[in-house]
Design a protein around this ligand. Sequence first.
Ligand code: SF4
Length: 76
Amino acid sequence: MTGASPIGLRWDAAACDGVGICLHLADRLLTVDAWGFPIVPRRPLTTRADQRAARAAARACPRRALFLVEDDPAPS
Ligand code: SF4
């Protein structure tokens, strides 16, 4: 389903400690690198399911290393 204003999910590498809660909450969005850190999609998230997963992961991150950008423009 589409139609929601796009949001972006961003990751602060300096803040992340690699615990991985986000990977469980947003496994549809995030993948993991060789060191156990999340790889965050750079595309705007437009579906409600993707946005729900992104919000859950950002809310649960104990280091506030994940955060949302509202009305994320499409990459140029
Ligand atoms: S939950 Fe936060 S601190 Fe933990 S791996 Fe994900 S982004 Fe990093």
